[in-house]
Design a protein around this ligand. Structure first.
Ligand code: NAD
Length: 297
């Protein structure tokens, strides 16, 4: 068996086309273009690249955006004041604070200081809580993008055994919630594994659907999965590569070449989940502008 490739780049491009045409219609009706405010604290090179990718993609679909770059010495109080200003500004629809933050700032406090109605990353406890009780909310972009991939390829999830490896607040945990809710789209029997799981293979070998978000290059080997498994590799890891000009290459958490021989479907890295994360951010920003999730009184 050789798995079919789940082409996240292609599905994300289709989603972006959809958002672009919705933005056009929204503006034609006399509304202003959606606006995403990005906040970057410090000059971490990876964060500069990520925010650049996101803002370029937004502009491409007609979403206006601005990136405020703040000194990494900013105090928690000063940052909160900046965020409060954007919360109160009616011309700002979505607010994104790029993570990670300098160590003196608490990401939890920063996320909670964003108005949940503008939290297009879906990280605010209000959105996380509403997700877990099937209420409309901004859904964390990466797991929401994975659910879109299942939908696009008509990969059945209902009643399957889904195993999620990784339990972070932004990927693994919301992924498990989306998969497991019986009254929402998931309806899968769901197992969640993390670094304290004693025998990872005992769980992964039983997965019909395996989602890996551990940040461990090539953690998943072919002997850890069963024939026909659907594999979603969320991991993005830099590993040294002398052949590459940059001196490194990106790999996922799954040994792609070996595991694809047993899987029915598999996502590549890059070109799998990554582009879907950016596409979902645009969709969330449009929803914020339209006040679709939280209608104003
Ligand atoms: P994280 O470090 O916050 O969490 C990692 C999780 O994996 C933890 O729950 C940890 O317990 C678990 N884990 C680590 N080693 C493990 C092991 N050996 N066995 C089982 N569980 C283990 O990371 P994160 O922010 O959730 O990101 C995970 C990966 O996904 C990273 O590679 C990150 O770069 C990538 N990522 C990709 C996208 C995307 O758009 N494709 C978005 C976010 C994160």
């Amino acid at each position: 068996m050789s798995a079919e490739i789940i082409d996240g780049k292609k599905v994300a491009a289709l989603m972006r086309d959809g958002v672009r045409s919705d933005v056009e219609q929204w503006v034609q009706k006399g509304n202003r273009a959606p606006f995403l405010q990005v906040i970057l604290v410090g000059d971490d090179p990876a964060s500069v690249v990520y925010t650049g990718t996101k803002t370029k993609a937004c502009k491409d679909v007609g979403i206006e955006t601005n990136t405020l770059v703040l000194q990494d010495t900013i105090s928690a109080r000063e940052l909160k004041e900046v965020i409060t200003g954007f919360n109160e500004d009616d011309s700002v629809d979505g607010i994104l604070v790029q993570m990670p933050l300098p160590s003196h700032l608490s990401k939890y406090d920063v996320i909670e200081s964003i108005d949940h109605r503008k939290d297009v990353d879906g990280f605010h406890p209000m959105n996380v809580g509403r997700l877990s009780v099937d209420q409309p909310c901004f859904r964390s972009c990466t797991p929401a993008g994975v659910m879109e991939l299942f939908k696009h390829y008509s990969i059945p999830v209902k009643s399957k055994h889904a195993v999620v490896v990784g339990a972070s607040n932004i990927v693994g945990s919301p992924m498990a919630v989306m998969l497991s809710r019986e009254n929402a789209s998931g309806k899968a029997t769901t197992t969640i594994c993390h670094k304290y799981t004693k025998d990872l293979t005992a769980h992964t070998i039983n997965a019909d659907i395996l989602i890996v978000a551990a940040g461990q290059p090539h953690l998943i080997k072919p002997e850890m999965v069963k024939e026909g498994v659907v594999v979603i590799d969320v991991g993005i890891n830099r590993v040294a590569d002398e052949k590459s000009e940059k001196g490194y290459k990106l790999v996922g958490d799954v040994d792609f070449e070996a595991v694809r021989k047993k899987a029915s479907w598999i996502t590549p890295v890059p070109g799998g989940v990554g582009p879907m994360t950016v596409a979902m951010l645009m969709k969330n920003t449009l929803l914020a502008a339209k006040k679709s999730i939280y209608p104003s009184n």
